[in-house]
Design a protein around this ligand. Structure first.
Ligand SMILES: NC(=O)c1ccc[n+]([C@@H]2O[C@H](COP(=O)([O-])OP(=O)(O)OC[C@H]3O[C@@H](n4cnc5c(N)ncnc54)[C@H](OP(=O)(O)O)[C@@H]3O)[C@@H](O)[C@H]2O)c1
Length: 248
């Protein structure tokens, strides 16, 4: 049986690596493309011409997200796995409170990181209803944990991820009783492009980070420490790439 996934923000970084991992497992993947200038998705399509579909999608724009959902609905009847990966940070995030704050940038971060996944779930729910797996995944961050917050800046990014966590909780309350399962995840500190240029000092390549991420996103309950237990499945948990649970 063909399994179908949608991954947002799949141009580069973790989203691209997740798309690669799903394709390698035989999944049909609709990869959300934000900026068409990056060559990676086009190159990947050459290797997987039947399984990979490149879909323009700006998660910060309701019309764009709905157009993406409509485009996918024209090709398939249902979606099994929805991976909300797209996210942004800003070069102005490091400004402390004694520096001028960039509220326009903060609103952009909030619009993409917190409201983006909500838009995507809203638009794709009809397709998810027709899918078998009904799994909703959200790439959040340790930065969204209020309890463990150590930073003294990054107002927009941290607040947007905390807001995402709350939005996912509300979705969980509504959709878990209807058969949906959830993964809320911190992927680790990655050598990706979030800062605008590629971070070369972080802990993990996106390809490395995608391995535990996909294991967590795809597997059913089991004995693997990275796999949610029964009680995990019945409550919403923020877990990281090492299987550690983070406080809200
Ligand atoms: N990097 C880390 O250490 C880290 C840590 C914790 C959590 N995360 C989270 O991990 C996720 C993936 O980030 P990453 O590190 O892989 O960063 P990345 O390399 O910048 O990848 C983010 C992806 O999202 C896309 N994107 C940006 N704005 C978008 C929009 N409005 N609509 C749709 N797609 C958009 C980007 O497209 P373009 O490349 O075309 O701009 C890119 O493909 C994010 O949610 C991030 O918050 C990252």
């Amino acid at each position: 049986m063909e399994r179908i996934a949608v991954v947002t923000g799949a141009d580069r970084g973790l989203g691209l690596a997740l798309a690669v991992g799903l394709l390698a497992r035989g999944w049909r993947v609709f990869a959300g493309q934000y900026l068409p200038e990056w060559p990676e998705l086009g190159e990947l399509a050459a290797s997987y011409p039947r399984l990979l579909h490149i879909i323009p999608m700006d998660v910060g724009d309701t019309v764009s997200v709905q157009a993406a959902a409509d485009g996918i609905a024209a090709v398939v009847d249902g979606v099994d796995l929805l991976v909300n990966n797209a996210g942004v940070n800003s070069h102005t995030s490091t400004r402390g409170i004694r520096e001028p704050q960039d509220y326009v940038e903060m609103q952009r971060l909030y619009n993409v990181n917190a409201l983006g996944p909500m838009r995507v779930v809203e638009a794709f729910l009809p397709l998810m209803e027709q899918g078998q797996m009904k799994r909703l995944c959200f790439v959040s961050s340790e930065a969204g944990s209020i309890n463990r917050a150590q930073r003294t800046a990054w107002f927009g990014y941290c607040s947007s991820k905390a807001a995402l966590n709350m939005a996912v909780r509300l979705l969980f309350n509504r959709l878990r009783p209807q058969g949906y399962t959830f993964r809320l995840y911190h992927p680790g500190w990655m050598r990706s492009y979030m800062g605008g240029t590629r971070n070369t000092t972080a802990d993990l390549e996106p390809e490395e980070a995608a391995i535990p991420a996909l294991a967590y996103f795809l597997r059913e309950r089991g004995h693997d420490p990275h796999v949610p237990t029964r009680s995990d499945e019945e409550r919403l948990v923020l877990r990281d790439y090492q299987g550690i649970e983070w406080p809200w």
